[in-house]
Design a protein around this ligand. Structure first.
Ligand SMILES: Cc1cc2nc3c(=O)[nH]c(=O)nc-3n(C[C@H](O)[C@H](O)[C@H](O)COP(=O)(O)OP(=O)(O)OC[C@H]3O[C@@H](n4cnc5c(N)ncnc54)[C@H](O)[C@@H]3O)c2cc1C
Ligand code: SF4
Length: 512
């Protein structure tokens, strides 16, 4: 096999997939390296015991926390990366998220580019990932140059009823923007069947808009694109000057090989990209590649997330529940002047999912009864960049140091949301109590990982320049969630995809 290419892309998740989609038209010879394989289509794709209790599709190796405790982060190494199991909620960051914002727990810094710089790429990203939505309902929605490419996903009756009640009380619920290959106007021709095993599951029938289905497979079969699976990049080797990547060391099915290219694009996810840079340290880059700023691996963010299930006397037979979002508290409210965060519906919980978190809570039939009566919410608050929250490599051990911050806002969001549910009579008073099941997502929940190689104009304070090229190495780019300066309080994928398209277009310009 030829070992010399024009471009090497490492990783095929949201960022790697989107940059491949952009570069596939460039006429350049592209090698795509992915440490995972294609995910099997199997009945277990839609089996909640396999997915939630046994963690079938989380295949990351052991990591350690700052106390030396071993844990397995909930990450998947597959063609398509974590988008294989993601919930497909596709949000743009808000305009204010790009600006300096005061939070109760500190400052969310300004990005070096504005929302206006990203807007055209968000529009392209929404098309690439079949996003459904409706403009004009979400009070925090940023300006959009085009309408969503697909109509919003309709609410089922229980959710529609709740939507009306919230509106009547003065709240501003909106449709959740979702990336699915769904055609509600013509269900006979729809790939997506609106099932109850979507959020956190792979899609057995390939109807979810993920990076595998929407980006990688459409690029295959082109003479210029070569994909190697089971191919883990283990080291980036620089030239003697340290100014360019000379070759990429890769273990292909466990056998070491080297490949070279004029441009190398890293998209291993914010945790693994920084680890690859750290383990590629050499004489010219003794603290890890491109790390004169000492920012490599730092400012790791993952959002503060919680799942809250509100228990009602009334049954909730909703099948596809992930249709509504509420942003009324995103920037605070009249009782709390600081940003609180975002609320959205999750996939409908079932007894196996409840048992995964509380195996001893109750017997199966009780859990089934409970799950049949909950409405399930996902709450997100912004965590702020902290240089001490960092990815490290010590004596071969992969370490995630993370202390949550901005916690007051997160607590306020949770109590504010419970008050709304009470006001809307979602959660009944039973035996003088209102019952909520739920959990705060622990460190292993790194789904929204970002920020470990922030971008910026100043090489002293950032790892990547404005084109997401490393300041120090002329042919090395990063297009996953690493570049985030702050993370807002909405799901990150659409921003990662939009940025990867932006960087891909820059690379085409550069190479032509
Ligand atoms: C359960 C779950 C639900 C989620 N729901 C949502 C949601 O609703 N909306 C949303 O916006 N986001 C969601 N996310 C987050 C979303 O999946 C991530 O933000 C997104 O996938 C990150 O893209 P990425 O390109 O940074 O990395 P990834 O998608 O993680 O891709 C990284 C890729 O690099 C590969 N790789 C890693 N190291 C190497 C190496 N050394 N050599 C070769 N290949 C390598 C990995 O195998 C993987 O394919 C969810 C995530 C999870 C886990
Ligand atoms: S809801 Fe649609 S996209 Fe999601 S898993 Fe079911 S069929 Fe697939």
């Amino acid at each position: 096999m030829n070992h010399k290419f024009d471009i090497i892309i490492i990783g095929t998740g949201a960022g790697g997939g989107a940059v491949l989609d952009t570069l596939k038209h460039s006429g350049k010879r592209i090698l795509v390296l992915e440490r995972g394989t294609f995910m099997l289509r199997e009945k277990e794709n839609w089996d909640a015991v396999e997915v939630f209790q046994k963690g079938r599709y989380h295949n990351a190796e052991d990591f350690y926390d700052d106390k030396g405790e071993k844990f397995q982060p909930e990450m998947g190494y597959w063609v398509g990366g974590n988008t294989k199991v993601y919930g497909a909620a596709m949000f743009r960051l808000r305009e204010q998220d790009f600006k300096r914002t005061q939070h109760s727990g500190g400052v969310s810094p300004e990005w070096p580019l504005t929302y206006a710089d990203f807007e055209p790429y968000y529009t392209k990203a929404e098309k690439l990932f079949n996003v459904h939505g409706q403009r004009g309902l979400d009070p925090t929605e940023p300006y959009m140059s085009e309408d969503y490419p697909n109509p919003p996903i309709s609410h089922e009756p229980v959710i529609q009823d709740l939507y009306e009640r919230m509106k009547a009380l003065g709240y501003q619920p909106s449709y959740l923007p979702m990336g699915l290959r769904l055609n509600e106007a013509n269900r006979l021709n729809s790939e997506c069947i609106r099932c109850d095993t979507c959020d956190g599951f792979p899609c057995l029938i390939h109807a979810k808009a993920d990076a595998d289905i929407n980006c990688v497979r459409p690029a295959m079969g082109r003479a210029q694109v070569t994909l190697l699976t089971n191919a883990q990049a283990t080291r980036l080797i620089t030239s003697a000057s340290g100014n360019e990547i000379k070759s990429v060391e890769v273990e292909v099915n466990g056998v070491k090989q080297e490949f070279s290219a004029d441009v190398v694009v890293v998209a291993c996810g914010a945790i693994n990209s920084s680890l690859l840079f750290l383990q590629s340290a050499n004489d010219k880059h003794p603290n890890g590649l491109a790390n004169q700023s000492d920012q490599l691996g730092r400012n790791f963010m993952k959002h503060q997330n919680a799942a809250i299930m509100a228990l009602s006397r009334h049954e909730n037979p909703t099948v596809f529940q992930k249709t509504m979002a509420v942003a009324d508290f995103y920037f605070g409210d009249k009782e709390y002047e600081y940003p609180m965060g975002h609320v959205q519906l999750m996939g409908k919980s079932n007894k196996h999912m409840l048992a995964a978190d509380a195996p001893k809570l109750a017997p199966g039939f009780v859990l089934e009864e409970i799950a049949g009566h909950t409405i399930d919410w996902w709450l997100t608050s912004e965590d702020l960049p902290d240089p001490n929250n960092r990815i490290e490599l010590k004596k071969g051990k992969k370490i995630i140091n993370y202390t949550p911050n901005n916690e007051e806002a997160f607590q306020r969001l949770q109590s504010r949301w419970k008050a709304v549910l009470q006001e809307c009579e979602v959660c009944d008073t039973i035996l003088d109590h209102q019952f909520y099941l739920g959990k705060t997502i622990p460190l292993a929940g790194v789904a929204h990982q970002n920020g470990t190689m922030r971008f910026g104009p100043d090489p002293k304070t950032s790892v990547l320049d404005l084109n997401c090229k490393t300041h120090e190495i002329d042919n090395l780019y990063v297009v996953d969630g690493s570049f985030f300066v702050s993370c807002g309080a909405v799901n990150p994928s659409l921003t990662i995809i939009a940025n990867a398209i932006r960087v891909g277009e820059h690379i085409i310009d550069r190479m032509s």
